[in-house]
Ligand binder design. Structure first.
Ligand SMILES: Nc1ncnc2c1ncn2[C@@H]1O[C@H](COP(=O)(O)OP(=O)(O)O)[C@@H](O)[C@H]1O
Ligand SMILES: [Mg+2]
Length: 420
């Protein structure tokens, strides 16, 4: 299962880090800010296109607006007409994390189900337990005013009685369980499925076995079933997989310029020890107001230590790490999302690394991409502690063609400036 391989990946990283081979970016602080009035005005001046032409069911529109979505994002605007066309069209879509892909296909799934039919019509595969839960939550929220549509989670631990047939119209889960439910247990009749969604294809193929399981599910579906695949990145391996899952696809790729880091200011701080990093962090907290922060650490030990130090300083800290149970991790993420904790300290549980064990560019983007969404301002601060981590930082600057400025955290005025 995904969890075990995650934990294993963390273990490997830790072993490497502790043997001194690995010294990469250690701490990254991301600040979530509010829109400045100027930015708001700019947004409003842009012709706002509403959601209504993209969605014909009033009860779904109600759900969309209740979630605070006023205008569709670029990917939503482009993908929804294809996904809702008659006859259904297949789609492979790529855009940066946080651009609204999940919300887009959730709306498409909800639009396609017939609530009068009491059997699964939409299957959605997610690479992890947490993501399945998260996406399920989006389905529940968006479908809040459409209570006839029911959802079930095909995840490990959700045991059903042998011989039963599912009545729910939407099934979301991880590939292994979903495959079992279709083939071994026959809880689902795959031939009746109208929409098949594969989310986070790039994460999916990183887990051993998921690719084959997904393909086996896909093969059981009828020819006219709509196939949709989403990914934040599109390396060749993802692309090859996508083509096996989605025959005859429409393809949407948002250009790099459109997946900018423009709303995120990036800095680096030079530090030599973990104590110095902690001091830098304290100085930053002392100078500016940080709504919420995620701090990525290399090892569990550092993460544990840092979480302890921060709570001694009076912060409400949550700690997320690889050895925790999936349910525990989901609960931690949920509390952080709800704002119950203001600082989340985490090990590289879901990081992708390149062959040298360094976080790759996509991981960096993925991390800092968690902020700066939908015009929110964000701040990313990288702690650089060695020549090697400086090299990584330089590579990231080159890749994104964006300068990462040095920040002197002993200078409070300078820190104040970055927040303005
Ligand atoms: N049209 C929209 N307007 C405002 N917020 C949106 C919109 N679409 C999605 N969001 C929000 O943006 C965040 C990222 O959306 P999500 O669909 O999860 O993106 P992705 O799947 O591309 O990572 C979520 O918090 C979601 O609620
Ligand atoms: Mg998503």
């Amino acid at each position: 299962m995904a969890t075990d391989s995650w934990a294993q990946a963390v273990d490997e990283q830790e072993a490497a880090a502790e043997s001194g081979q690995l010294q990469t970016l250690q701490i990254q602080v991301v600040q979530l800010g509010n829109l400045k009035p100027m930015e708001k005005a700019k947004l409003q001046k842009k012709k706002t296109k509403p959601f209504s032409p993209l969605c014909s069911k009033p009860q779904l529109l109600q759900g969309v607006y209740a979630m605070g979505f006023n205008r569709p994002s670029k990917i939503q605007e482009t993908a929804l007409p294809m996904m809702l066309a008659e006859p259904p069209q297949n789609l492979i879509a790529q855009s940066q994390s946080g651009t609204g892909k999940t919300a887009a296909f959730v709306l498409a799934m909800l639009s396609h189900v017939d609530p009068n039919n009491h059997y699964p019509q939409c299957l959605c595969v997610s690479p992890t337990y947490e993501l399945a839960l998260q996406t399920g939550k989006v389905i529940e929220q968006m479908g809040k005013h459409y209570p006839e549509v029911k959802l079930v989670y095909a995840i490990r631990g959700n045991k059903l009685q042998r011989g039963m047939k599912l009545q729910e119209q939407i099934v979301i889960g991880t590939p292994g369980t979903l495959l079992d439910w279709c083939s071994k247990f026959k809880f689902i009749e795959p031939k009746k499925v109208k929409v098949f969604v594969l989310d986070e294809a790039d994460v999916m193929i990183a887990t051993q076995g998921h690719q084959d399981q997904s393909i086996r599910i896909q093969r059981m579906l009828p020819k006219n079933c709509q196939m949709l695949l989403f990914s934040a990145t599109f390396e060749e391996t993802v692309w090859n997989f996508a083509q096996r899952i989605v025959p005859d696809p429409n393809i949407i790729k948002l250009k790099r310029e459109e997946e900018t880091l423009d709303t995120i200011k990036q800095y680096y701080v030079l530090c030599t020890s973990k104590e110095e990093k902690f001091q830098a962090l304290c100085n930053i907290y002392g100078a500016i107001t940080i709504a919420q922060a995620m701090i990525f650490c290399h090892t569990r030990r550092t993460a544990g230590w840092l979480a302890g130090e921060l709570s001694r300083e009076g912060h409400q800290v949550a700690l997320l790490s690889g050895e925790m149970q999936v349910e525990q991790r989901a609960a931690v993420i949920e509390r952080f999302r709800d704002g119950k904790e203001k600082v989340l300290v985490t090990t590289n549980v879901c990081a992708r690394v390149d062959k040298d064990g360094n976080p790759d560019n996509e991981t960096y983007l993925h991390r800092i991409g968690r902020t700066g969404r939908f015009g929110k301002r964000g701040l990313a601060i990288n702690m650089v502690d060695s020549k090697m981590s400086m090299n990584i930082l330089n590579r990231i600057q080159e890749h994104f063609n964006k300068k990462i400025e040095r920040l002197d955290t002993d200078d409070l005025d300078e820190i104040e400036k970055i927040a303005s």
